[in-house]
Every structure is written in C-alpha cells, then in structure tokens.
Ligand binder design. Structure first.
Ligand code: GUN
Length: 280
C-alpha cells in the first residue's frame, strides 16, 4: 500500500476549513498565521509560499514578514515581541535555517509558547517529553497521523527512527513512546545501522540522505515513513530507495506526495488549536 499524503492532507485541511467557518459564524474571528522569512534561500521561499497558499485556502489570515539576510537579531526579536502582543496573531513561525548572525535558540525562545506553531519552544518540547498537552512539531505530527491511518493500535510495536534532530527525530520518538511503541533512535554514529532498521515494525527515515534505506534494511510487512527531501539531479527523492523497498513494506509514503503535504496541513492544525485556545 502506498500512503497518499496528498489525499490525507486534503482531508485534514477540509476539516480545518469547516471548523474555521463554524467559528467565524459565531465569533466573526479567524486564525492568523505570521511567518518570518529571512534571506533568499530558494527552498525556504518555496515552503513559505506553500504555507501562505494553504493557510488562505482554509480561511486563515496569513502574513509573511520578509527580511534580507543581513537583518540584525535585534530587529527580528523586536518583531517577534510585537507579534506576541498582537491579539490577531494566533501562530508565529520563523522559517529555518537562519543566517549566522541570528541565534536560533534566542529566536525560538522569544516566541510566546502559546503561539509557537512549530512546537520548537523549550516549554512545548518539555511538555511533549513529559506527556503533557503540548504543541507538537508539524512533521512528526503528520507522520503519526499517517501511521495511524494504517494501524490504529501501535502498542508494543518496535519503531526505529533514523535521525535525532529537534525538528523530527526527537519529537517523533516522544509521540511514539506515548503510543506505547518500543522506540529506537539511530543516527550517523550508530553501529549496525542496517541491523537496527531491519528490526522495525515502523521505520521512520529522517536522516537527510538520499535513498539511504535499501531493501535489506527493512522488515517484511513494516510501515515505512520517509521524511527525506533530497535533490537528485532534477528530481526530489526521499531517504528510502522507494522502488526496491515498496513491495516489502505493508505501507510506505512516497516522496513527493507523502509526508510533505501533511507537514503543512499540521501547521494549519496547530494554528487553529492556538487560535481556539485564545477564544474566550
Ligand atoms: N525549515 C524546514 N522545516 C521547517 C519547519 O518545520 N519549521 C520551520 N520553522 N522551519 C523549517
């Protein structure tokens, strides 16, 4: 089975759109997402454009604040403070990566945790790790929704995550622990990478290495989620060698059209949740 992330994202966006219409009818208010984009990296520009398009389609207000790559940290912090205090702003996202003069930690820590739609603020990271209510990073949240479309009960399943980033690997592990999975995180320094992966009932590849996962890395009947977005010539490929792995898996996400669309749909979901939390 090939998991259709585009279709699942459309279903989620439809639900969000309906809820926004219903709240707007009662309150005359809609969620607002503010995105800060610094510099001129092409992938970041494409992501931000997609975020804007998607948020408008579901009836949210979207506001992109663009800075040149030599903007000062002070100026960005001042803008974040302004957005934190703006009651029309439900969610704030600062597109990563940032230029060298801007401290990522300082920027993330300055965002009001209740508007942190990326779920990167230490308060949200800590709440997620403690099993409390938290804003969950969009990509792992999207991955979990896709996994649960295939298998509702994940209790006791062995999940292996390739990659230990704050964006994907670590929050993914927390989410799967909450689902009662046995979780292993593997990374570039792991010995016997192949052997570890071949034990996975659920394999999540978020390594950022094109076609890393081969046929003999995966267990028969496993669920494979490919978070990778790698340029190979004029094509985008994932972290999994899709063609050679797909017949061995019970279910697998393609790249493109798998996790990617779900990430943006989950950003809208997080923005809606932040908005609802502020309605009184
Ligand atoms: N750059 C790549 N992925 C992401 C993401 O999920 N959030 C932000 N803020 N920047 C990113």
């Amino acid at each position: 089975m090939i998991i259709d992330g585009k279709k699942e994202a459309e279903i989620l966006r439809d639900e969000i759109k309906k809820e926004i219409i219903s709240i707007k009818n009662k309150t005359n208010k809609v969620p607002g997402l503010s995105v800060i984009l610094i510099g001129d990296l092409v992938p970041s520009q494409i992501y931000v454009r997609n975020k804007e398009k998607n948020s408008k389609e579901v009836g949210m207000n979207s506001n992109i604040i663009k800075y040149s790559k030599d903007v000062t940290e002070e100026e960005v912090l001042k803008k974040i403070k302004e957005l934190n205090n703006d009651k029309n702003v439900s969610g704030i996202l600062v597109q990563l990566p940032l230029p060298d003069q801007i401290g990522k930690e300082k920027i993330i820590n300055s965002i009001d945790p209740s508007k942190d739609v990326d779920g990167f603020h230490p308060i949200n990271v800590g709440n997620l790790a403690s099993g409390y209510k938290a804003i969950v990073p969009c990509t792992p949240l999207g991955c979990l929704i896709l996994i649960k479309k295939v298998e509702k009960n994940l209790s006791g399943k062995h999940a292996v995550i390739i990659g230990r980033s704050n964006l994907n690997g670590k929050p993914m592990a927390q989410l799967l622990l909450k689902e009662n999975c046995t979780v292993t995180i593997v990374h570039s320094k792991t010995k016997n990478l192949k052997e570890e992966c071949s034990k996975a009932d659920i394999l999540i590849a978020a390594a950022g290495s094109a076609k890393l996962v081969k046929k003999d890395w995966v267990k028969n009947g496993s669920i494979i989620i490919d978070v990778g977005i790698n340029q190979e010539g004029d094509k985008i490929v994932g972290d999994v060698s899709f063609e050679e792995v797909k017949d061995k898996a019970k279910a697998i996400t393609p790249v493109p059209g798998g996790v990617g669309p779900m990430t943006i749909a989950c950003l809208l979901k997080n923005t809606l949740e932040c908005f609802k939390a502020r309605l009184t």
